[in-house]
Ligand binder design. Structure first.
Ligand code: SF4
Length: 261
């Protein structure tokens, strides 16, 4: 679709729902949106992942925003989700992966969409903008995403919701620059080497991030290891969490693909 004109959307009373994970991309996105959108049209929402997200991440968000933070939560946890999958489909991998990101859809997108629906109804808003900090540089799949699109799930005959990726074209250095320009610092995990944030142990995490998480949350690391044992499946295709985290210290040949119990 052709990108809508921001001023027209604002004139139409659009409400901008900014999904904030606490990560660098969310922080940079919010800083940019604040410069372009009136204060009272911005609504911040964070999907709380519970014990699996970085400790202090919500404090970090609150310290770097000038709005109230709406915190939403799914009625299940990552651990519930994996256990349910193991119980109902023991023949397939229990953990989500890049092609089946059930964690993102059930723990983040679902609760955020529910919040947007309710909030738009309460405000009687006719136009909503679902703002997300996804960037082209992150993956081939994200590169293909258009910066603007109609959100068919949230739109109805009486309500129009667009997806907007305001920092789609930014590079990682530009993201950090934007945070610095706002007079802020990114969340502390970046200073100790993290590339991504959100879950401490992400199904898409690189070895460095996972090793960093292990140093920060050894007890949580152990719970994932026990979950692998309990379900009989490794967290990554053909590779356990312990193996992947160890790659940071001793890079080695990748394990063959295919989840081995
Ligand atoms: S951060 Fe990773 S593990 Fe957590 S919800 Fe997102 S994709 Fe899933």
């Amino acid at each position: 679709m052709r990108p809508p004109d921001l001023h027209t959307l604002i004139r139409q009373g659009a409400v901008f729902y900014v999904s904030h994970s606490g990560g660098k991309d969310s922080q940079a996105m919010y800083a940019g949106i604040r410069r372009r959108v009136p204060h009272d049209r911005i609504v911040l929402v964070h999907a709380d992942l519970g014990e699996i997200e970085w400790e202090g991440v919500q404090d970090h968000i609150r310290a770097t925003i000038a709005h109230d933070l709406n915190v939403v939560r799914a009625n299940k946890t990552f651990f519930d989700m994996v256990r349910h999958r193991a119980a109902t489909r023991p023949d397939v991998p229990s953990f989500p992966d890049g092609g089946r990101r059930q964690c993102t859809s059930d723990l983040k997108r679902g609760p955020i969409y529910k919040f947007i629906r309710r909030d738009m109804n309460a405000r009687r808003a006719l136009v909503g903008i679902n703002c997300m900090g996804l960037r082209a540089e992150e993956s081939a799949g994200r590169k293909r995403l258009p910066p603007w699109s109609l959100n068919k799930t949230l739109s109805t005959t009486t309500r129009t919701v667009y997806n907007w990726l305001p920092i789609h074209a930014l590079t990682t250095p530009q993201v950090f620059s934007r945070i610095r320009e706002a007079g802020q610092e990114p969340f502390r995990a970046y200073a100790t080497g993290n590339r991504r944030l959100s879950c401490v142990f992400c199904i898409l995490g690189c070895a460095g991030d996972l090793a960093n998480g292990r140093r920060e949350r050894p007890e949580l690391f152990q719970r994932y290891v026990e979950l692998e044992r309990e379900t009989g499946w490794t967290m990554f295709p053909g590779q356990s969490l312990t193996q992947r985290a160890a790659e940071e210290e001793a890079p080695r040949r990748r394990q063959p693909r295919g989840n081995a119990p």
